[in-house]
Design a protein. Structure first.
Length: 438
């Protein structure tokens, strides 16, 4: 049966009042005419009973409150293994039940969190990527197994300073960390040479700045990619050489046969064809050589009008904008080479010459040079592979024009994008950082 606190305390007070009245009536019967004695006797009888009864009730409640305070303190410490019991069926029983339910929820959540942390720690510890969490001041807060093996012979790194660990590591790692950005570096020599990628991210944790360092070994992946690239290069070069050498051999044989017969009237035509195929082969080989030997850009201020005039003398295009007044900072020769390749591609796409445009703009710290045409554009598959070296959809193409433009853009710290235009055609954009001319 459920009795609320109000009902229980009301019944207790009423019982004490009734007891007091009964005792007062009895004393008044035996002590007539003595109201003070009756009052004093009544109080002496009722007060001890009331104090004992109320104290007993309050003592149980105070014990419950102390237990609640203790379990809340345990919850704050992360210990959710406590539960409480209240024998009465009242509001305090509801409070205890809610408290125990909260403990069950927190206990379940803590168990789930522990399982997730265990799973995450297992994944982090067993990943081949070396991970270091460094607090402000270069103190290492966390390091996984790969980081310990790579930097400290398998020993723990927590508590050490990154600067001390780097002094014992390869000099290439120290140089890569000093650059303060992501990038590749090489450690070791000869057969022991290893290539790593360093990535770093900064964030705040518990109000303090931290940095996450990720070291990934790329040697095997790069070697596999290198082998695939070489295979592709060899296939392309072999195909082009066979296409040129087979006709050359046939023409040379035909020329020798005509000379033997004394029929020399066709020799000029045969020699001209041999010359044309030889020059094509020479152009093909030089294109690969230029791509492989692209030097580092020599950055210098370049005024737009002379640069565009020089470009217009070598390729036809329509300027779709007013050139920026501010001089750009780039390698003029390399940028001209990249744009000539893009303009040549635009013309070879089938676009009419008057529809080939060049647009230059500067905004938000970026320089954008866009070559536009009204050719057929590119399909999705071609767009995905167009920037890959040696990829070409042209029968006699080398696949180096866009790749060389991309190489030049990235050497300047920028990138290249391709997108089909509304109404047909393609837009190729070189996006470069807007550098200070000083």
């Amino acid at each position: 049966m459920r009795l609320s606190l109000l009902t229980r305390w009301t019944a207790l007070i009423v019982t004490l009042l009734v007891l007091g009245i009964v005792i007062a009536l009895l004393l008044a019967h035996f002590l007539p005419g003595q109201p003070l004695l009756v009052l004093a006797g009544t109080l002496l009888c009722v007060l001890p009973v009331a104090v004992i009864t109320i104290r007993a009730q309050l003592q149980a409640m105070l014990s419950l409150f102390r237990a609640l305070s203790g379990t809340v303190a345990s919850y704050q410490d992360g210990d959710f293994g406590f539960s409480l019991r209240w024998p009465q069926n009242d509001e305090l029983a509801d409070l205890v039940a809610a408290h125990n339910a909260l403990g069950d929820v927190l206990r379940k959540q803590r168990l789930d969190l522990v399982q997730r942390e265990l799973l995450l720690d297992t994944m982090v510890q067993n990943t081949p990527v070396a991970m270091l969490l460094v607090a402000e001041g270069s103190a290492i807060v966390y390091a996984n197994l790969a980081a310990r093996q790579l930097l400290h012979h398998g020993r723990r790194l927590e508590g050490h300073h990154l600067a001390d660990i780097v002094q014992q590591a390869a000099p290439a790692l120290a140089e890569a960390l000093a650059r303060r950005n992501d990038g590749l570096f090489t450690s070791g020599e000869g057969e022991q040479e290893e290539v790593y990628h360093l990535a770093r991210r900064s964030f705040s944790l518990n109000g303090r700045k931290h940095e996450l360092l990720l070291l990934r070994q790329l040697t095997l992946e790069l070697r596999r990619q290198e082998v695939q690239t070489w295979k592709k290069v060899i296939r392309v070069i072999s195909h082009e050489l066979n296409n040129s050498l087979a006709p050359l051999a046939s023409l040379a044989h035909s020329g020798a046969e005509l000379v033997r017969r004394g029929q020399t009237e066709r020799l000029p035509q045969i020699l001209a064809t041999i010359e044309e195929r030889t020059r094509h082969l020479e152009t093909f080989i030089l294109g690969y050589a230029r791509f492989a030997k692209l030097p580092a850009p020599r950055l210098a201020p370049c005024e737009w009008q002379p640069f565009l005039d020089s470009l217009a003398s070598q390729a036809a295009f329509a300027l779709d904008c007013v050139p920026p007044a501010q001089a750009a900072v780039f390698d003029a020769a390399q940028m001209q080479q990249a744009l000539l390749n893009l303009l040549k591609n635009a013309l070879e796409s089938g676009s009419r010459q008057e529809h080939i445009g060049l647009h230059v703009s500067q905004a938000q710290g970026q320089l954008r040079i866009e070559v536009r045409d009204r050719g057929p554009g590119m399909s999705g598959a071609v767009l995905e592979n167009a920037l890959v070296p040696f990829y070409s959809t042209k029968r006699s193409g080398t696949g180096l024009g866009l790749a060389l433009a991309r190489e030049i853009a990235e050497a300047h710290g920028g990138r290249i994008t391709l997108a089909n235009r509304e109404g047909g055609g393609l837009a190729v954009t070189l996006i470069l950082p807007l550098l200070d001319r000083n």
